[in-house]
Design a protein around this ligand. Structure first.
Ligand SMILES: [Zn+2]
Length: 192
């Protein structure tokens, strides 16, 4: 399963969802599946309440799941946490599709407009209507605006879209194989 989605990616994903501490928690979870919130708290020196908050956040996103057991002596509930590898792939696929949509909108916008620019980094590139309104002067520095060739940006966007599409295709394939193997592994005639 993790041939394509390596641990680094999963940790980055956790940081995106829950911040730096979520990344540290994820790193330890990958190393020790089934670790409890209290063990995580002790090992990482993060307050247990904060650990639980982060775990539940990751759980809401479907990246983690837990197993509930009881302490035989005290009867207290114990949560053992695991990384849901298959869910991680699902999560990445969903988010990458969102990124792809945004990139496609952007490239469409770049292709269908002529831009005007003064040539200074960080100054705005204006579409024709806006450039007319500013009398073809840069609103930041006042220098004249020139037609700007955005074909390099379009090429870069095309490349990015192609890369993500390929990666997504591979992920979908892996997920499909995993699901099929999972089905095959289930013993016949038994449920649960
Ligand atoms: Zn300017």
């Amino acid at each position: 399963m993790l041939l394509l989605v390596d641990n680094e990616t999963i940790i980055e994903l956790a940081v995106l969802v829950g911040g730096e501490d979520a990344g540290r928690i994820m790193k330890l979870l990958l190393k020790k599946p089934g670790i409890t919130d209290e063990e995580l708290s002790r090992s990482l020196q993060i307050e247990v309440r904060e650990v639980r908050r982060i775990l539940h956040k990751l759980n809401e996103q479907g990246i983690l799941h837990y197993e509930l057991t009881r302490d035989k002596e005290t009867g207290h509930r114990i949560f053992k946490w695991y990384v849901g590898q298959e869910q991680v792939i699902g999560y990445i696929i969903t988010n990458m599709n969102k990124i792809l949509d945004r990139l496609r909108e952007r490239i469409e916008y770049e292709r269908s407009h002529q831009f005007y620019w003064c040539g200074s980094q960080g100054h705005p590139k204006l579409v024709f209507e806006d450039a007319v309104e500013k009398l073809f002067r840069c609103p930041t520095c006042g220098k004249p605006l020139q037609p700007h060739d955005n074909s390099e940006l379009i090429q870069a966007l095309e490349w990015k879209i192609e890369q993500i599409s390929k990666y997504l295709e591979q992920l979908e394939k892996v997920r499909k194989v995993e699901v099929e193997q999972g089905e095959a592994r289930k013993p016949a005639g038994k449920k649960g």
